[in-house]
Design a protein around this ligand. Structure first.
Ligand SMILES: Nc1ncnc2c1ncn2[C@@H]1O[C@H](COP(=O)(O)OP(=O)(O)OP(=O)(O)O)[C@@H](O)[C@H]1O
Ligand SMILES: [Mg+2]
Length: 214
């Protein structure tokens, strides 16, 4: 499903080259639950953004369902991302002026309001969906972000430190929503420093200085 071939990313920062990813090759099957770990600066976010069609590699290829996503036009790539990928970030990135329900709806590609409501109810936010993010706890915000990621029925969830700002109980709730998505056939990639997701992982991949280490 995802074929990563010799992928590299070099950032230029203050005139200096930073090799964030260094010839990474990786095959990810449909329906895998993958944990990516590695020290700060090892290239985890860079890899995740590339898989999510958000960051062009310096060299190498990334095939998603046999499509070379960085060879698509920008419009095609946007469509691909909107329909197939759900993102969850450490800092939630909800829109502060919208309620949780509006945050989910604003990302929706024609899904009905009732579906967004059901999704929020299923994530335990039935009595919170008309509140704005700043009136909510970190766990509630992240569950809303999960609903937003799921609203378009993506094939894959990409989560970058999704439990980094959560207490253990809320962290488990968020991971359980990923487990449910995975049980229904979805692919999950979670970048995390913690160990909580390990028990759900089919595979744990470690990065060091931009390379995969065994
Ligand atoms: N936009 C950028 N410009 C320049 N250098 C960058 C940029 N983004 C990341 N880097 C560098 O690339 C390397 C990999 O960064 P990346 O964010 O992928 O690491 P990470 O493993 O996600 O780290 P963390 O655990 O701290 O989030 C780091 O050395 C980082 O400083
Ligand atoms: Mg990161």
């Amino acid at each position: 499903m995802i074929e990563i071939k010799d992928l590299s990313k070099v950032y230029i920062s203050k005139g200096e080259e930073v090799k964030a990813l260094d010839h990474v090759s990786l095959h990810i099957e449909n329906g895998e639950f993958i944990v990516i770990r590695g020290a700060s600066g090892s290239g985890k976010t860079t890899l995740l953004l590339m898989i999510g069609a958000m960051l062009k590699p310096s060299s190498g290829k990334l095939l998603f369902d046999e499509q070379d996503i960085y060879n698509l036009s920008a419009t095609e790539r946007n469509q691909f991302r909107a329909s197939k990928v759900g993102f969850v970030f450490q800092m939630f990135h909800l829109l502060p002026y919208l309620t949780l329900l509006e945050n989910v709806n604003v990302m929706s590609l024609g899904q009905k309001n009732a579906e967004a409501e059901k999704m929020l109810v299923d994530l335990g936010l039935g009595d919170r969906m008309h509140h704005k993010p700043n009136a909510l706890s970190a766990g509630e915000k992240q569950r809303a972000a999960v609903a937003r990621a799921l609203i378009n029925h993506p094939k894959i969830i990409l989560a970058d430190e999704p439990t980094g700002n959560l207490d253990p109980e809320n962290a488990e709730e968020v991971l359980k929503s990923f487990v449910q998505f995975h049980k229904n056939g979805g692919t999950v990639i979670v970048v995390t420093h913690g160990k909580e997701a390990d028990k759900y992982a089919d595979r744990i991949i470690s990065l060091k200085n931009g390379k995969i280490v065994i």
